[in-house]
Design a protein around this ligand. Structure first.
Ligand SMILES: C[S@@+](CC[C@H](N)C(=O)[O-])C[C@H]1O[C@@H](n2cnc3c(N)ncnc32)[C@H](O)[C@@H]1O
Length: 173
């Protein structure tokens, strides 16, 4: 019986490790932003308000979504990792300002009301994210703002910087 319980626990632990490592193959691994840092950066670079719809590209455990809601903004999290998608869903349940979607940020069409995006990814994805958002801004017909944490795009100069955060204004052109 003890051996059986041990095997189950081992399978669960291996499953969690595989799921947490899963997105490292596709994009950023899971490392959460720190609450005081996100709040400070948004206050400085882009004060959120009730007219904003923030999209967190790779929302992890949903903490950026919860921070946005605290400032009255609506938010949508997109998450590719099934385990983190569930964690995010559970942590934000009951909050009418927040929804969480399972999917790939590069294949997701942004809602027309999107005003600002947040990403904490890996440097190699910085340029790809900017290109994707440029085509989305064109499709939507309005400018977008990206707050990027530690994810600079090598061919784009940020409009503003604060600590490890970069603000990019994405024009429809
Ligand atoms: C560094 S964590 C940041 C989590 C959260 N945004 C935060 O700041 O606390 C990056 C997240 O992006 C997710 N991710 C990586 N590639 C993705 C993709 N192509 N589409 C959606 N989510 C992705 C990972 O699973 C991970 O949860």
């Amino acid at each position: 019986m003890l051996k059986y319980s041990f095997m189950i626990a081992l399978y669960i632990a291996c499953g969690a490790v595989v799921l947490l490592g899963f997105t490292a193959f596709f994009g950023a691994p899971y490392v959460p932003s720190k609450n005081p840092e996100i709040e400070r950066a948004f206050k400085k670079l882009y004060p959120l308000g009730k007219n904003d719809l923030l999209i967190d590209l790779g929302c992890g455990n949903g903490k950026v979504l919860k921070m946005a809601s605290k400032f009255g903004a609506k938010s949508i999290g997109i998450e590719l990792n099934p385990l983190l998608f569930l964690v995010s869903k559970l942590r934000t349940r009951g909050d009418k300002n927040i929804s969480v979607k399972f999917g790939d940020m590069f294949r997701t069409k942004l809602p027309a009301e999107t005003t600002v995006l947040y990403v904490f990814g890996v440097e190699r994805d910085g340029e790809r994210i900017l290109s994707h958002l440029e085509s989305e801004a064109k499709r939507l017909g309005h400018d977008l703002t990206l707050i990027s944490y530690a994810t600079p795009a090598k061919n784009h100069r940020p409009d503003r910087e604060f600590e490890a955060y970069y603000l990019y204004k994405i024009k429809t052109q």
